[in-house]
Ligand binder design. Structure first.
Ligand code: SF4
Ligand code: F3S
Length: 395
C-alpha cells in the first residue's frame, strides 16, 4: 500500500465483535451475488483498481466486526435515516452488520440505564470505533444538549478517549452545520473542536452519503488504516474533487447555456444551474459519481442547484442558496467561481433494534416507499424556491 495512505491507525488492532461478517450476512440472507455487488460498489467508490474487489470481499467475509458506538447529539437523525431508507437493502445491511454496533440511540431496543450500560461496557472493552452524528453544544457548559443528565461534550469526550478512531457522520458532526448557523445560540461545534489525540474522519454532507460511509468503514477493515484525508479531515476518495468538474451539466456551463428561471426551456433541457445559485464550483463531494440513494439521483440531476452541503458552515457561507455567485469584473465566470471558492471554503443492543430496520425494509419491499420522478422533484424545487427563499436568505 502506498505510504501516503498510512495513518496513525496502521497496525491498530481491530476489535472482535463475535461472529465475522460472512457469518452474519449468511444469517441475514444476503446472497453471494448481492455481497459481491456491494464489494464492487465499495471498490469503485474508494477508487481502487478492479482487481481489489476480491481482496475487499475476502477481508469483509473473514474480518472480525469492530465494536462501535454511534452517538447522536444536535441533529435531525437524517444521516441515520439516509442509511436506513436506502432503496436497496445491501448497503444498509452491510453498514449495520459490518460493525458490532453496541449503542445507537435511534435504533437500539434498550433504553435508559440498559442503553448507557451497553455504551460503558464497550468503552471498557476498548478497541472500538466511535461514530458521531450531530453537533455538540458548548455554550453554558453544554447544557443545551444532554442525554441521561450528561452533556454531549462530556459524553463525546468520554466515548472518544478509548476509540481507535472517531468518524463524524454528516455536516453537523463535522462542522456544526445548521445548529451552528449564525447566530449559533447553543455554541454548536463539530467533533474536531472537542476531541483531541484520536484520529478523526469527517464524512461531510447533509445528509452523509451512506455509500461513502460504508466505503470508509470497508477501507478501514481492508487496510487497517484510515484513507488519506484533506485539510478538513475528509477522505480524498469522496471529497478531493469539485462537483463542477464532474457535473453532467458542465458542457452547458462551458457553452454559456444557463437556466434563467425555474421551469424555463433551459431548466427543462437540463442546462447549467449556475445562475440559479449552484455552488458546485466551490464544493468538493463525489455526488456526480456516486449519487444518492444507491445511484437514484442527486440534487443537480433532480434539477436543483448544489447548495454546498459538504463544506464547513455552508448555511452561512453558501446562502442565499438561490442567488448566483457574485461576479468579479474583468474575470471570466470560471475564474470568478474558482477565486470565490478559495475565499469561501476559507450488537448486542442494536441486533435487537434491527427489528426497526427490518420493518423499514419490509415496508420498502411492499412498495410503500416510492421514488419521485425527476419532473416531480423539479416541481418540488420550484415550490421550495417560492416558499423557502426568504427564510433561507440571510443578507
Ligand atoms: Fe453543474 Fe453547477 Fe457547475 Fe453548472 S455550476 S456545471 S450545474 S456544478
Ligand atoms: Fe450536497 Fe451539493 Fe452534493 S448540495 S448532496 S454537495 S450536489
Amino acid at each position: 500500500m502506498n505510504d501516503r495512505f498510512k495513518s496513525p491507525l496502521a497496525g491498530a488492532k481491530v476489535g472482535s465483535g463475535g461472529r465475522n461478517l460472512g457469518e452474519v450476512l449468511n444469517l441475514r440472507g444476503v446472497s453471494r451475488r448481492d455481497f459481491m455487488k456491494f464489494c464492487t460498489l465499495m471498490t469503485a467508490t474508494l477508487a481502487l483498481p478492479k482487481d481489489m474487489v476480491e481482496r475487499v470481499a475476502q477481508t469483509l467475509e473473514t474480518a472480525r466486526r469492530p465494536p462501535a458506538i454511534y452517538l447522536e447529539f444536535q441533529d435531525c437523525a437524517g444521516c441515520t435515516e439516509a442509511m436506513l431508507r436506502m432503496p436497496h437493502p445491501t448497503v444498509t445491511d452491510v453498514v449495520l452488520d459490518v460493525l458490532s454496533l453496541n449503542y445507537h440511540e435511534t435504533i437500539m431496543a434498550p433504553a435508559g440505564q440498559a442503553a448507557e450500560a451497553a455504551r460503558e461496557a464497550t468503552i471498557e472493552a476498548g478497541d472500538y470505533l466511535l461514530l458521531v452524528e450531530g453537533a455538540i453544544s458548548t455554550k453554558d457548559d453544554g447544557l443545551y444538549c444532554t442525554i441521561g443528565g450528561r452533556t454531549a461534550m462530556d459524553l463525546l469526550e468520554e466515548s472518544a478517549r478509548g476509540a481507535v478512531a472517531v468518524i463524524a457522520v454528516g455536516d453537523c458532526a463535522c462542522f456544526g452545520n445548521i445548529p451552528a448557523a449564525n447566530p449559533n445560540p447553543t455554541g454548536a461545534v463539530g467533533v474536531s473542536e472537542i476531541v483531541r489525540g484520536v484520529p478523526i474522519v469527517n464524512m461531510a454532507g447533509c445528509p452523509v452519503n451512506a455509500v461513502n460511509l460504508a466505503a470508509m468503514i470497508v477501507y478501514y477493515l481492508t487496510f487497517e488504516s484510515l484513507p488519506h484525508l484533506d485539510d478538513l479531515l475528509r477522505p480524498d476518495f469522496a471529497y478531493a474533487e469539485r462537483i463542477h468538474d464532474h457535473c453532467p451539466r458542465r458542457p452547458h456551463f462551458d457553452a454559456g447555456q444557463f437556466v434563467e428561471s425555474w421551469g424555463d426551456e433551459g431548466h427543462q433541457r437540463g442546462w447549467c444551474l449556475y445562475k440559479m445559485g449552484c455552488k458546485g464550483p466551490q464544493t468538493k463531494h463525489n455526488c456526480p459519481v456516486v449519487e444518492y440513494n444507491e445511484g437514484t439521483s442527486w440534487p443537480i440531476k433532480a434539477g436543483h442547484p448544489c447548495i454546498g452541503c459538504s463544506e464547513p458552515q455552508f448555511w452561512d457561507t453558501m446562502t442565499p442558496f438561490y442567488r448566483r455567485l457574485p461576479e468579479v469584473p474583468g474575470f471570466a465566470v470560471e475564474s470568478t467561481v474558482d477565486s470565490i471558492g478559495l475565499a469561501l471554503t476559507g450488537i448486542t443492543a442494536v441486533a435487537v433494534g434491527a427489528h426497526a430496520v427490518g420493518s423499514i425494509l419490509r415496508k420498502r419491499e411492499a412498495g410503500e416507499t416510492g421514488d419521485r420522478d425527476v419532473a416531480e422533484q423539479e416541481g418540488t424545487t420550484e415550490t421550495t424556491e417560492e416558499g423557502g427563499h426568504d427564510a433561507q436568505d440571510r443578507d
